[in-house]
Ligand binder design. Sequence first.
Ligand SMILES: C[S@@+](CC[C@H](N)C(=O)[O-])C[C@H]1O[C@@H](n2cnc3c(N)ncnc32)[C@H](O)[C@@H]1O
Length: 201
Amino acid sequence: MDTITISKIYSKYTHFYDYLFGRILAQGRYKAIQLMNPQPGEKILEVGIGTGVSLPSYPRYSRVVGIDICWEMLEKARRIKLSLGLSNVSLYRMDAERLAFANGRFDKVIAAYVITVVPNSARAIMEMKRVCKKEGEIFVLNYFGSKDGVLSNAISSIREKLGLGKPLNPEKILEDANLKILEIHRVNFLNLFHLIRCKNA
Ligand SMILES: C[S@@+](CC[C@H](N)C(=O)[O-])C[C@H]1O[C@@H](n2cnc3c(N)ncnc32)[C@H](O)[C@@H]1O
């Protein structure tokens, strides 16, 4: 599925996204920001920030940049930023596979429930690595699925058609990008989701 189609799909999800995926995926987002432990003045990039459900969880002393491909999702994030007066947050429409930031610009980079959605996951990971400082940290939170077995295969094709992600081997893609995996946690419903913390070593 290409970026334009994915963006169109999420523009349709915008109105009910928070009801459907806000609460149910909240534990993973909360745990990711807890592990990230943002420090005063640190620059954080959230790739595929969506409706900005994570924004209230960041401390106000950290500078947060959120990007997303879908205008409608971003518009909701903008409303959260405005209503909470989050002057430490900046939002941009941008493709995760082509980040318009200089090398090493961010201390920490996170993609929550995004990496399996983008057309070229390896390229998005490489971009996250490029804009992350050396020795900085990268967090990937996702359900990675599988195609083993008839049921998993059926679920995977439905997820893909709905733009909710394709099966992916997270360890492989992170190791291929030369990222050092520091820890992996299982989170959310039935511990089906992985939260992976890596170092840009
Ligand atoms: C499942 S949602 C996750 C949203 C949010 N991170 C969360 O925690 O709920 C996936 C998000 O990735 C965005 N997205 C998909 N492809 C993208 C791309 N190539 N570049 C940037 N954002 C993308 C979608 O617009 C959507 O907002």
